[in-house]
Design a protein around this ligand. Sequence first.
Ligand code: CO
Length: 270
Amino acid sequence: MVKLTRVLHQPMQQRLDPFLMLDAFGSDRPGDYIAGFPDHPHRGFEAITYMIAGRMRHRDSAGHEGLLESGGAQWMVAGRGLIHSELPEQTEGVMEGFQLWLNLPAADKLCDPWYRDIQASQIPAYTLDSGTQVRVIAGHSNGIDGAMQRPHTEPLYLDIDLPPGAVFVQALPPQHNALIYVFRQSVAIGDSDVPAQRMAVLTNDADSDGVQLRAPASNSAPARALLIAGCPLHEPIVQHGPFVMNTREQLVQAVHDFHDGKFDANPAIK
Ligand code: CO
């Protein structure tokens, strides 16, 4: 199995609504990840895979496939259901990346499934005078439109690279829930220092209009962090493994449909 660090897990789902899960995966030991994630189903949400390093091949039950490479992302909307595999494709070196689960509104949970592979070169990026580099995977950041925009949950997904001493400011609506996951060095948010491999959950102050990240001058290398935010759905969350619905009855239906082969329909590629 792939070595996973589950950063966001079920007890945090209400607090970080509309986000359901964030996994950090990675290994520099090929034996740890070679098995990947063989065929498995999803229903009722979106999964965003972002590769920092390495290659991951995606295949679905309808025969579509794509290759995710360093710096690229895959945006998958499971909707009413699909079956896919996610298999690392490299024999040496480091594999590192993230998978984020974003909930779908109740009205869209049974939409047609689709996915989009976003190559590294298709992710808009900008550099500030401080040397801070920002990749805008989704949403809007300082006037730059990200590679993906989604209705209802309005996700913001940034990968921020901050040289020692640099400051970065991002506007955030106060009602949106937001998290920061640091994966290189450390980042200061207000009076709090967030070390690597830690998640910070931002408060929802009514009079706040954004967040400021600062890389301590004492960092020995650029800090790197994900900033993820979205508009909460305020709907019931009922999860059983890879199925995330609003009621228990819908979960039972999902399991039945999966066993009846109803997840085999063609996902469309966008
Ligand atoms: Co999957």
